[in-house]
Structure formats: C-alpha cells, structure tokens
Unconditional design. Structure first.
Length: 269
C-alpha cells in the first residue's frame, strides 16, 4: 500500500490523526489529509441578516482557526513520525470530494460519524451510499480509536468476503500476526461454508486463527456476539460491489455495526 487518505472532522481528531499516522508509518505509505471543519457553521442568509459584519467575520475566523489547528497538528505528527504526508481542503460537496479522494487512494480512513450524510440520510444509509460508489477499501474507526489487538473476519460464503480477507492481509500486514477469528452467521444448523478451502487459504496468512459459527438472525445474533467483546477489534467484511451490498450492510445492519463501541471496520468490494 502506497497511499492512505484520512478524513477528519470535529470529534477526537487528534487521536484519529495519531493512529492514522501510525498505520501509514507501519506501511511506509503517503498519508493524505482531507480537512473538513464544521465546528463553526457558516450562517445562513437569514441568520446573516440578524448578525453584524463583525459577528459574521468572527464565525468565519473561528472556522479558519480550527482548520489551521488541524493542519498544524497533522503536519507536526507526521513529521515527528517520519511519515510522508500531504493535505487539502475541499470546496463544494463534501460527499463527492470524499469519493474523488477515494478514487486515487489505496485506503480511505475515517470515522463513520464524520461522513456528512447527503439529503438527511442516517449514518448507516450514508455509509451504504459511500460503499456503493467508493473506488477503494474503507477503514472506519470508532469514536475513540485504538490500534486493534485482534481481528474478526466476517464470512458469509461470498467471493466478496474472501476478497476482503485477502485485502486485509495485503493492506495491513502488520496486523496479520494478531489473533484472528473467522465468523459466519447462519439461520440454519449448517457449519461453515467451504470450510476446508477457507481454512487452507487463511492459514497461508494467519497463524493464530479460530472459527466461530453463530446460529440465528444475522442482525440480532451478531450484535449480541459483538457486545460481549472487550478488546479493541478490527472487523473485516466484504461489501459485494457497486450495485448491491452484503447483508452486513443492508437496512439497519450498518447502523448496528456503526454503533458498536471499540470496533474498527475494514470494508472492501
């Protein structure tokens, strides 16, 4: 991997910058920052009618100060760690700018809550739209991210799930030596699909692997299982392709996964 793109916003951005820089250092990759600051919202035309020019200018100055603070922290962090870096401040539609940056990146790093949903969509719906259009894998970080100590590979028998497992090994090789759990949720009593082929392939990349088959409704069963976790964990999943998403990211399932504290997600299609 040669280029990671990072989207930061209002919350906990210092921690997110630090962890992204660490990943870039581990992979000897360029880290490209997309700065979107929403702390000081530009007043609407109606609001401007009620404000003086000095008040409007003060709001704009606060927004510039926030962006400058983020840029300075990002640059100093990367310089201190020896990470090659660049930064840009997009104008216009945030959502489309994120998609454009993803087109020219090996990996897009962001927190789910920093994705500004278009047309009032819920975060899960905005995530689904991003995954339908993004041209690179997406690493979603929790609100208070830490480097994962273990990985869960969500497997549903699809080629997309296997492709995501491959990409994880290629994109984040420094994490492959940590404990890995392969999880499949079935609504019947069957075991893991293509179990021998799957285990033979995973054994090529990972030494410390366990396999778990959960039975029940995917949304409820997976939510209950993940809620028991106590360690910082990376979830790896496939998203199928441009025209359809895996069941992990349909309907309310994406919102369930986004709300799980302490979990990062690597999503590939």
């Amino acid at each position: 991997m040669k280029k990671m793109s990072l989207l930061i916003g209002r919350e906990n951005w210092q921690v997110i910058v630090g962890n992204a820089a660490r990943l870039a250092y581990m992979n000897k990759a360029l880290l490209s920052l997309i700065v979107i600051s929403e702390n000081a919202k530009v007043p609407s035309s109606a609001e401007q009618d009620l404000l003086s020019l000095s008040e409007i200018q003060a709001i704009m100055d606060r927004r510039d100060d926030e962006r400058n603070e983020q840029l300075a922290y990002f640059r100093s962090t990367c310089d201190r760690m020896g990470v090659l870096h660049e930064a840009w401040q997009p104008c216009g539609d945030h959502f489309e700018n994120v998609l454009l940056e993803a087109l020219y990146s090996d990996l897009l790093i962001m927190t789910a809550l920093e994705l500004k949903p278009p047309n009032g969509l819920l975060p899960g719906a905005a995530l689904r739209r991003l995954l339908e259009k993004a041209q690179c894998p997406v690493l979603l970080l929790p609100e208070l991210p830490t480097i994962p100590s273990r990985t869960m590979l969500l497997y549903d028998g699809s080629t997309s799930a296997v492709y995501a497992i491959k990409l994880f090994a290629y994109l984040l090789p420094d994490l492959v030596d940590r404990p890995v759990e392969v999880i499949q949720v079935t609504e019947d009593n069957n075991g893991m699909t293509e179990s021998k082929r799957l285990t033979d392939f995973i054994r090529c990349h990972h030494a410390d692997v366990t396999y778990t088959v959960l039975h029940g409704h995917p949304k409820q069963t997976l939510h209950e299982y993940l809620a028991k976790g106590t360690e910082p964990t990376l979830i790896v999943m496939g998203a199928y392709g441009r025209s359809r998403l895996s069941r992990w990211l349909r309907g309310s399932m994406a919102d369930v996964l986004l709300c799980m504290p302490g979990y990062s997600m690597l999503i590939a299609h």
